[in-house]
Design a protein around this ligand. Structure first.
Ligand code: EPU
Length: 430
């Protein structure tokens, strides 16, 4: 079993470098499937979800060459239109982007239903609604999604999304990129990674306008050709280090960020008493005094990100007074609360609302990472807690955080990886 052992209660000091954005990479890498020629992708995060998607592309026939630690050359010119391998696709959520990309390039796709962190239901009805509007027959049978463009090629259409969905917006964008005619996506999600996917596709020859607004227009093109593209920095990884400094105290320069993407997080940390100073492509976060309570509601971008909700809860556990957290995106994203309680946190959950009574201090305990962001929140709580915290099931954390132990050690955290031989833990997807 691999665990992180954290001796908490030490303020953080120094500089940390943010990696490329996981949720941008997880759409851009499958999108290379549509490109004829070599795509050089830079600032690729070294995380296990990226390894999974690259392995899937390789199994489908892509030629992948590692240029350096964060750069890969991907050539999908000779890729086959084969069924996506089941065991690999089920380990990650983003395998569903292969449906949009394969429909665009081949006019058909067979992809297993995706995995993903367990937040209650994670339907894909809006993806299917989009593909159907664009002339595909879509059927879900025996754990597989079968999609086939009736006219051999996807047809441009107007797609109104009933819910603001990151995945459906990107998937319809992919399916529309090489469709016949123009597609309009209404009520589109506006996350930075949606803009990044559009920028990547445009740099390879696509014609996508309006990404970052709630109406996206995609004029289908016949061909995409290779080129170079650098993935944006990870908003959530940066936010996680900002929360770590807020909870544990200290002063850390967080480099390679786009401060604008962090505004929604910065605003809440300022309300809690942290100081955040923008310095070009870095933010300096400082926290020396007591933390104040605040209320947080998660919403699609530019609202407060749901993927920062557990990390924010770790900070609120240590704030003076009662804070209200409202989860506005997922039905059930409080599965981690019992783990916090083991550390002395006072949290009551009722549906989508969590009431957090701040405590004077948290105490180290053995806790588990229930999923990716909950795992990051446990690490943050451990850094701020008195005593020793052991976080198990860290494979969830390593799906989305590059070198978290090395990065935290670099800013003064006392965190070690401990491997013991008798591990029967299931590696769950997310
Ligand atoms: N929804 C539907 N129908 C659909 C699609 C979504 O009802 O067809 C609902 C969902 O149930 C949810 C809401 O719409 O209530 C938003 O879901 P969305 O589609 O935006 O989520 P996703 O694309 O499955 C991505 C990220 C998640 C992140 C969400 C929201 C990836 C691989 N995953 O998921 O990231 O929480 O957007 O921002 O990009 C994470 O990184 O930890 C993570 C879970």
């Amino acid at each position: 079993m691999t665990k992180y052992v954290i001796h908490g209660g030490k303020p953080l000091h120094g500089t940390v470098e943010i990696s490329g954005a996981k949720n941008a990479a997880m759409a851009i890498l499958p999108a290379t499937l549509m490109v004829d020629g070599v795509c050089r992708i830079e600032n690729v995060p070294q995380i296990s979800d990226v390894t999974q998607i690259l392995t899937i592309l390789q199994e489908l026939g892509a030629d992948i060459r590692t240029v350096n630690r964060t750069t890969v050359d991907i050539d999908c010119s000779h890729i086959r239109n084969a069924r996506v391998p089941d065991a690999l696709a089920r380990k990650i959520r983003a395998s569903y982007y292969l449906i949009g990309a394969m429909l665009s390039r081949f006019g058909s796709a067979e992809v297993p239903l995706p995995g993903g962190c367990d937040f209650g239901g994670r339907p894909i009805d809006q993806h299917i609604k989009g593909f159907s509007a664009m002339g595909a027959d879509v059927e879900v049978r025996s754990g597989l999604i079968y999609a086939m463009a009736r006219e051999g090629r996807m047809q441009g259409a107007t797609v109104y999304l009933d819910v603001v969905s990151v995945g459906a917006t990107m998937n319809v964008m992919l399916a529309a990129t090489m469709a016949e005619g123009t597609t309009i996506i209404e009520n589109a999600a506006r996350e930075p990674h949606i803009v990044d996917l559009a920028n990547f596709l445009n740099s390879m020859g696509a014609s996508i306008m309006g990404a970052g607004t709630d109406v996206i227009k995609v004029r289908g093109v016949d061909h995409l050709s290779g080129g170079s593209y650098s993935i944006i920095p990870d908003q959530i990884e940066a936010g996680t280090y900002m929360a770590a400094v807020t909870a544990a105290g200290g002063e850390v320069l967080i480099r390679n960020v786009i401060p604008k993407h962090l505004d929604c997080i910065t605003a809440k940390l300022l309300e809690m008493g942290a100081q955040v100073e923008e310095q070009g492509d870095a933010v300096l976060v400082r926290r020396t005094g007591e933390l104040s309570r605040t209320n947080v509601k998660t919403l699609p971008y530019p609202g407060f990100p749901t993927d920062m909700q557990p990390q924010m809860a770790a900070c609120l556990c240590l704030a003076e007074g009662t804070s209200i957290l409202t989860e506005g995106v997922w039905d059930n994203r409080y599965g981690y609360v019992d783990e916090f309680r083991r550390m002395g946190a006072q949290i009551q959950v009722d549906g989508k609302v969590a009431v957090v009574e701040g405590v004077d201090h948290l105490t180290g305990a053995a806790v588990r990472a229930c999923d990716l962001r909950a795992g990051a929140a446990m690490v943050i709580a451990g850094l701020a807690a008195q005593g020793v915290t052991e976080v198990s099931q860290v494979q969830h954390i390593e799906r989305g955080y590059e070198d978290i132990v090395r990065k935290l050690s670099g800013i003064g955290a006392d965190i070690r990886v401990v491997v013991t031989p008798d591990d029967e833990e299931a590696v769950q997807a997310g």
